[in-house]
Design a protein around this ligand. Structure first.
Ligand code: URA
Length: 231
């Protein structure tokens, strides 16, 4: 890892401030002052800032209440991303485990652990995702049965896996799916002649969006939440 990234990961410094601290000679690696931000740091190196030894944190597991209008990406040159909402200490290390569309809100998981995110996103792992779906029209009984049995999405040859539908109000349902195809929920509803007006993810596996999180807020997962994703 580069020295400036090491600092941004192990302290509250931004990458820019980390570079400044390095240039000013405040950082030592294995006892020697290093003034070059792109110095590569070995995993077992002792890195000090102003004489205090720094430690890289362990793996990161975060839930966020993704706001509307934010894209599920680590970086983008023109649009705000979910990762931009995290402090540099977390933002420099995480990726998104299961993207949401720009206009979809709710539970987004971010982690530094590639194996863990694979369990969340792999279609072979059967990790259910539950969405609150605001519909343009009430869901007919026929459409409900189709969603629960499996529907053929436009331009695809394989029907969706059986889903679970809970009717919440005339035009609001909770839909649980076990796959993550492109725009899957919107396309499933289009396939049964309806239209999604709003989409909010409530749950991934056993992990439920914390109601205390306002849009844009995040928190680290508890031990139980993180362990609920079986490896
Ligand atoms: N299905 C969609 O259509 N959009 C999302 O953001 C998530 C699931």
């Amino acid at each position: 890892m580069r020295l400036d990234q090491y600092l941004a990961t192990s302290t509250e410094l931004s990458r820019k401030d980390a570079k400044k601290a390095i240039t000013k000679g405040r950082v030592r690696v294995d006892g020697a002052a290093v003034r070059s931000a792109n110095t590569q740091v070995a995993g077992n190196a002792v890195v000090e800032l102003d004489g205090s030894v720094l430690h890289l944190p362990g793996e990161i597991y975060v839930m966020m209440n993704k706001p509307d209008g934010v894209i599920s990406a680590t970086t983008d040159s023109s649009q705000p991303t979910a990762v931009d909402l995290l402090p540099p200490r977390l933002a420099t290390r995480v990726h998104i485990a299961g993207r949401l569309d720009k206009d979809t809100t709710g539970l987004l998981l971010l982690t530094s652990d590639g194996q863990w995110s694979h369990q969340v996103t792999s279609p072979r792992r059967d990790c259910p995702k539950t969405y609150q779906v605001m519909l343009a029209e009430p869901l007919s009984n026929e459409a409900r049965v189709k969603l629960e049995t499996g529907v053929l999405l436009r331009d695809e040859e394989k029907a969706t896996r059986p889903a679970t539908v809970v009717i919440c109000s005339e035009t609001t349902i909770e839909l649980t799916i076990n796959e993550g195809r492109y725009h899957q929920v919107k396309r499933m509803l289009a396939a049964v002649g309806n239209h999604v007006k709003g989409l909010h993810r409530l749950r991934i596996g056993e992990i439920t969006l914390d109601p205390a999180l306002a849009p844009g807020q995040y928190r680290e997962l508890t031990e139980d939440e993180f362990r609920s994703i079986v490896r």
